[in-house]
Design a protein around this ligand. Structure first.
Ligand SMILES: [Zn+2]
Length: 71
């Protein structure tokens, strides 16, 4: 868990959610959306985004997620 909260609904945001937001929306973002709000914006589902996070962790192809693991 981080100090960040979703800029729309105020839900606590995890490091993974930050990484995913930066990956999908804006690399240098300083405000973020939780998975539920991001799924709404992306016209997808929370499940789909969680699968995407798992995918990036598994493959290690995204430096944002590698940094999260080391932090
Ligand atoms: Zn939210």
């Amino acid at each position: 868990m981080t100090d960040h909260a979703c800029m729309r609904c105020g839900a606590p945001i995890t490091g993974d959610e930050i990484a995913l937001y930066q990956k999908l929306v804006f690399r240098n973002a300083r405000q973020f959306l939780c998975l539920d709000c991001l799924a709404e914006d992306c016209a997808t589902t929370r499940d789909r985004l969680e699968q995407l996070i798992a995918y990036y962790h598994r493959t290690g192809i995204c430096s944002l997620f590698v940094q999260q693991d080391m932090g």
